[in-house]
Structure formats: structure tokens, C-alpha cells
Design a protein around this ligand. Structure first.
Ligand code: IPD
Ligand code: CA
Length: 304
């Protein structure tokens, strides 16, 4: 990693994110790709594919020797290697995009040695740009394209709060989850049972979390955890392109990612099961263990 200019890569990714963001704002979200994926809720639009084509062309001309893994061109079986690899979701939150719900983004990550080294996540509808370089902190810049503060936008270090409430137990936590597109089988059962148990009163064996949230984009969920707006994010079924950029941002904001199945403190980037907890001086491991206790003997099974 020493010979890579991560700052320059980060700056390139921001400029690509802004260009892609303009394309997303101009796209017709109802222009669905008819060769749709798993089922009627696993949506892909023409914009997903066009944005990925733009990103891939920009990045391959700037960094021709780097590998590229993008959601829309991914072929099953392709592995992420130790080589510098751009890991890209052109539109994360496609369902929101189609419905006009302004919670979608482009997620641009660079992994080196299979570890996120640069992350850029941009929601053009809110002009919110999350960025991080490994070892250099994580930031949120709002309004750069809306001309806020002379066109530079308002840049804040993550987590946002100067005086955050201490990280507590689950009954003090705001937890984000996602339903995903697979709505049957063991994974759906595990998720729905855990959702129910997270919310239930303690007298009935529940964890009584403050509430559940779903931003509809794995990357934006992780960024909200990095910002300290959510305490925990749990999901199974998402892919490396959903989490790579956000993972770098979260780590740089002091957060950690464990496995979404109990027992593994160091999940692989492409393990497809994640439990992210926000930055805090203490309590992260205890909160993860408490969450794993809610999962109990259940296990999500996603092919990697
Ligand atoms: C999806 C979103 C969603 C998550 C799914 C992802 P997409 O990505 O991140 O929040 O629950 O696991 O696949 O389809 O909008 O790119
Ligand atoms: Ca996507």
C-alpha cells in the first residue's frame, strides 16, 4: 500500500462520484432493465448500468493496472484478490431511486490486500459526500454542489457529535436492518425472527431496542453508523460493493465491523454478513456480543 497515492485516488473517486451523481439526477428511474435479477424486488435500472459504465471507463483510464469489481458487471465466482481493486456499486439503494425516495448513493471503494483503503459514498439527492482514506479520518461534506460555503460545502469530521451519548446496551440503541430481496427460506426466517426479538419487551425475551431503521442502502446505513446517527447496522445478503467504501469510512470514524453471524470478529470483505457498530471509547464488543446473543443458534447462509 505504501507506494499507492491514496490521496490522489480519493480525489479521483470524488470527482467520479460527482459526475456519476449528476447522471443519476438526470436519469429516468422508471427505465427498468428487463433482464431483472432474482425477483420483482431485486430491481436494476438502465441507470445502474450506465453509471457503472461511466465509472468503469473513468477508473480504468486513470488506473489501468487496478482490478475492478462492479455490481452490474460482476460474474459469479470472481474473487477479490490482494491487488488494488476498485469495488463499486453504481447505485446503492436502487429501490429508493425507483420510488424517488432520496436515500440512494454511489459507493466507490478501493481495497488493497482485501482491506478497504479508500471510501467515497455520495448521495446526490442530498448532496452528501462521505469520504475516508485509511489512517486519515472520515468526513462528511454537505452542499458542495449546492454552492454552500463558497462551493466547498460544509465539511465535518465523523462521528459528527462533539459530545456523543455513550454507547450503551441494545435497549439504548437505534438499530438499522434491511429486509433484502430474498423473502423466503432460512435467511428470511433468521432475519424476521431477529427483527422481532430485537424489538420485543424484555419480559418476552426481547432486547427492546429504541427502534429499527432501514435506509434502503447498505452504504448509507454504514455511513450513518460512522456519523454516529445509528448505533448498529446488521445485514446479511449484501455484497462487497455495498460495504467496501462504507467500511473504510466507518473504521476511520472509530467504528468496527464484526460478522452478522455470531463468533467471527474479523469477517472478510466479501463474507456477505455484517454487524457494524459506531465509534465509541468503550462498549463496542459488549454490544456486539449482546446482539449475537439475540441471534442465538440461528445462522444466515449466503453463498460467497
Ligand atoms: C441493496 C441495498 C439494500 C440492501 C441490499 C443491497 P442495491 O443494494 O443496499 O439496502 O438491503 O442487500 O443489495 O440493490 O440497491 O444496489
Ligand atoms: Ca446497486
Amino acid at each position: 500500500m505504501a507506494d499507492l497515492n491514496l490521496q490522489e485516488i480519493h480525489d479521483t473517486l470524488i470527482s467520479v462520484a460527482h459526475e456519476a451523481g449528476r447522471m443519476m439526477l438526470e436519469a429516468n428511474p422508471t427505465d427498468l432493465d428487463k433482464g431483472t435479477k432474482l425477483n420483482s424486488v431485486d430491481i436494476v435500472t438502465e441507470a445502474d448500468k450506465a453509471v457503472e459504465a461511466l465509472v468503469s471507463s473513468r477508473l480504468s483510464s486513470a488506473y489501468p493496472t487496478f482490478a475492478f469489481v462492479g455490481e452490474e458487471t460482476y460474474k459469479p465466482g470472481v474473487q477479490i484478490t490482494a491487488a488494488p481493486t476498485f469495488i463499486v456499486d453504481p447505485i446503492d439503494g436502487t429501490t429508493n431511486f425507483v420510488h424517488g425516495f432520496p436515500s440512494a448513493c454511489i459507493s466507490l471503494g478501493l481495497a488493497v490486500d482485501r482491506i478497504p483503503a479508500v471510501g467515497v459514498v455520495y448521495n446526490p439527492w442530498r448532496d452528501e459526500l462521505y469520504t475516508a482514506i485509511r489512517g486519515k479520518g472520515a468526513f462528511l461534506t454537505v452542499g458542495a454542489n449546492w454552492g454552500v460555503e463558497g462551493g466547498k460545502g460544509r465539511k465535518s469530521k465523523l462521528p459528527l457529535s462533539k459530545n456523543p451519548i455513550p454507547l450503551g446496551t441494545l435497549d439504548q440503541s437505534l438499530v438499522s436492518i434491511e429486509w433484502g430481496s430474498q423473502r423466503d427460506g432460512v435467511n428470511y426466517e433468521v432475519k424476521t425472527e431477529v427483527f422481532k426479538k430485537l424489538c420485543a419487551v424484555k419480559e418476552n425475551g426481547g432486547a427492546m431496542v429504541h427502534s429499527l431503521r432501514s435506509l434502503g442502502s447498505a452504504a448509507l446505513n454504514i455511513c450513518a453508523v460512522a456519523a454516529g446517527q445509528l448505533d448498529v447496522y446488521w445485514e446479511g445478503g449484501c455484497w462487497a460493493w455495498d460495504v467496501c467504501a462504507g467500511w473504510c469510512i466507518l473504521s476511520e470514524a472509530g467504528g468496527i465491523v464484526a460478522s452478522g453471524n455470531p463468533g467471527d470478529w474479523e469477517p472478510e470483505l466479501d463474507s456477505r454478513k455484517y454487524l457494524a457498530v459506531r465509534g465509541a471509547p468503550s462498549g463496542q464488543k459488549e454490544l456486539i456480543e449482546e446482539f449475537w446473543g439475540v441471534i442465538g443458534d440461528r445462522r444466515m447462509e449466503y453463498e460467497t
